[in-house]
Design a binder for this molecule. Structure first.
Ligand code: GRF
Length: 216
């Protein structure tokens, strides 16, 4: 007999900052019929504002300050792995986690680790995405949810959402518009991903640039 899943997929969200995407995921995972629940919020920075946000929402938190591990990335990631296992985590969602992960953690979570990036990948991997979109004269910007691989912002795209770039946009104003789109996109994509048994969507709409969903 195949196993029948009755519970929600247990998700950990990794953050380094304000955690607004994390909050959107926590809220989405708390509604009736959600396909996932956020069971842990983990930060690599003590000053991450998202830790207090998660605590206020009643979500267990963990702090693993990478600075305390010096240059020993392996030890830091092993510590993360231990906490994830202790919480029975099944899927990891990076949400403003500002530290590159090594092959160790990426490999352990291959196909089970998602990230949100504030550009329409493959455009503008890395930092300063909004300034780069404005400097290039792009008519639209947006965000991408993708599976995490060893390359930076380089894994298979699970969903994208586009927003217009206005003539008078600054990186900050465009960033606010994109961030609002992120808060809509990430819960939807993670929800679909967990509901589908954590398999990739049909490859035809998966081609980069074709996986966009309208921003509400
Ligand atoms: C978001 O723009 C996300 O795409 C990027 O970092 C930012 C995190 O914002 N990776 P927040 O901490 O979720 O508010």
């Amino acid at each position: 007999m195949p196993e029948i899943r009755t519970g929600r997929v247990r998700v950990a969200v990794l953050i380094s900052g304000a955690g607004s995407n994390m909050a959107a995921l926590v809220d989405a995972g708390a509604v009736t019929d959600a396909s996932f629940e956020v069971v842990l919020v983990l930060s690599n920075k003590a000053e991450a504002g998202g830790l207090a946000v998660a605590e206020a929402k009643g979500v267990p938190t963990a702090l693993l300050d990478h600075a305390l591990f010096g240059k020993d990335r392996a030890a830091h990631e092993q510590a993360i792995q231990t906490v994830l296992e202790a919480h029975g985590v099944e899927v990891v969602a990076l949400a403003g986690y500002m530290r590159l992960l090594t092959a160790f953690l990426v490999g352990r979570w291959a196909g089970r680790m998602l990230n949100i990036h504030p550009s329409l990948l493959p455009k503008y991997p890395g930092l300063d995405t909004h300034a780069r979109a404005i400097a290039a004269g792009d008519a639209e910007a947006g965000c991408t949810v993708h599976l995490v691989t060893e390359g930076v912002d380089d894994g298979p795209v699970l969903g994208q959402s586009a927003v217009p770039v206005m003539a008078d946009d600054t990186p900050a104003s465009l960033g606010q518009r994109v961030l609002a789109a992120e808060h809509d996109l990430y819960p939807r994509v993670l929800g679909d991903f967990c509901r589908s048994g954590m398999s990739l969507p049909d490859p035809s709409p998966l081609r980069r640039g074709d996986a966009r969903q309208p921003c509400e």
